[in-house]
Design a protein around this ligand. Structure first.
Ligand SMILES: Nc1ncnc2c1ncn2[C@@H]1O[C@H](COP(=O)(O)OP(=O)(O)O)[C@@H](O)[C@H]1O
Ligand SMILES: [Mg+2]
Length: 409
């Protein structure tokens, strides 16, 4: 069968570079679902075969290789189970948690925190495959590089884009010094010709404009500029109460504050995934008893199971709610995935605010801007608040996030 039926053009380019170029680092970066991991999984198997022969020549009885990823979950999902599906090769861990293939001892390393180094400290590796490399702690990445001390050891990475000043971009991808022997390939979603046109079109249409689109569709290393919620449109998204359907799935977002405003925001979702912001109870300078009463009133109206997704930074307040039989749980506070989730609802026209609850939120939405240095929203100050937007994000994201790995952390 011709290669073009098995691989995309971009993947063939990568394969040719793998086979013919002199490289130490091969870095695939760019859009999501662009075909990076599929080809890297293939190269990983080729590397293991190459190392097997090398080790035999060097009479090394126990060659080792590092398989790195953000967490044990993400290594399993992105690499191990993909390899099972792609090639029908089943990989099982031994009692040390290592994998074995073609006579190579494959040692997993978790790059999300410095604790992930433990498994590889002191080891001598014939190479490394690093999945989702931009999410790696810099220290762990450097440790992996140092462990690859066998002369011919090579490192394969794939990664989604991050801020343009990220070390992986400045120190590696943009390093064109021939002595560094770095090959980098940049992918856009259109490089993946195995995805159906419909799928790609609807993914493009649903992706919030600005930073999220530029990164996940175009594969660019950019920060946001301007306001965060670019797809918000007051004319279509602020609606009178009588346009809200009855019988929604109700829930609440809470961001604790005393000197700062303390928002409690009631939301409801309909069966089609439309989200309605219904009531906004934001106040400053109120003690917890006041908030318990507000919450109990909401419970009376919407049932004892009404979930309050709250800021975990004040466990005392969360405890007080729970002690009063309020179904209060810690929200998922992941900033960028949370913002992306809310922005996506706006982009898809599935986000509405009832006019009586809109005033404070509109103020916040219009001054919620990106910090171009950090790639996150600008911090709060005397004139700029985003307390309501935090409560809104906690509620919507906690409600929608599926378990497991979330990128952009
Ligand atoms: N060579 C290929 N043959 C068949 N399907 C492919 C191929 N490359 C990619 N795909 C499809 O595209 C999806 C996304 O590819 P993946 O490599 O996981 O993207 P990325 O790592 O860039 O996010 C895969 O799950 C697979 O369905
Ligand atoms: Mg991938």
């Amino acid at each position: 069968m011709a290669l073009i039926n098995l691989l995309t053009k971009k993947q063939i380019e990568v394969l040719q570079s793998y086979l013919n170029d002199d490289w130490k680092y091969l870095i695939l970066n760019g859009a999501v679902r662009a075909g990076k991991t599929v080809i890297d999984n293939y190269l990983f198997l080729l590397e293991l075969k190459r190392i097997k022969q090398l080790a035999e020549r060097e009479k090394e009885p126990h060659p080792q290789y590092i398989l790195a990823g953000y967490s044990s979950n993400s290594i399993y999902t992105n690499v191990i189970s993909s390899i099972e599906n792609q090639f029908g090769i089943v990989m099982k861990t031994d009692r040390h948690g290592h994998y074995h293939l073609f006579g190579i001892d494959i040692v997993p390393a978790y790059t999300g925190s410095v604790r992930g180094i433990g498994a590889i400290r002191g080891m001598t590796s014939y190479g490394a495959y690093i999945n989702e490399a931009s999410l790696a702690t810099h220290e762990v990445f450097q440790e992996i590089v140092q462990r690859c001390s066998v002369g011919s050891a090579r490192i394969i990475c794939d990664t989604n884009p991050d801020i343009p000043t990220h070390w992986l971009k400045t120190d590696y991808i943009d390093n064109h010094d021939p002595k560094a022997r770095i090959k980098a390939f940049s992918f856009t979603i259109d490089d993946n010709t195995f995805l159906s046109k419909d799928y790609v079109e609807s993914l493009k249409a649903a992706t919030p404009r600005g930073m999220f689109y530029d990164r996940s569709i175009l594969g660019q290393w950019v920060t946001g500029d301007g306001i965060v919620y670019q797809d918000f449109n007051k004319d279509t998204m602020v609606i009178p109460r009588n346009r809200v359907p009855d019988g929604l799935d109700y829930y609440v977002g809470v961001d604790w504050g005393y000197e700062h405003p303390n928002p409690i925001i009631l939301l409801g979702d309909d069966k089609d995934g439309n989200t309605y912001v219904l009531e906004d109870y934001t106040q400053k300078h109120k003690f917890i008893n006041y908030w318990v009463k507000i919450a109990q009133n909401l419970q009376t109206r919407f049932g004892r199971n009404l979930i309050f997704y709250a800021d975990s930074a004040r466990p005392d307040n969360v405890n007080e709610f729970q002690a009063n039989d309020i179904n209060c749980i810690n929200a998922n506070k992941n900033v960028l995935p949370g913002i992306e989730c809310v922005a996506k609802k706006m982009r898809e026209g599935k986000f509405f605010i009832v006019d009586t609850a809109a005033e404070g939120l509109l103020d916040e939405i219009y001054q919620y801007a990106w910090d171009e240095k950090t790639g996150e929203p600008l911090k709060e100050n005397e004139v700029r608040h985003n307390d309501r937007l935090d409560a809104l994000r906690y509620a919507i994201y906690s409600r929608n996030v599926k378990g497991g790995f979330v990128p952009w952390t």
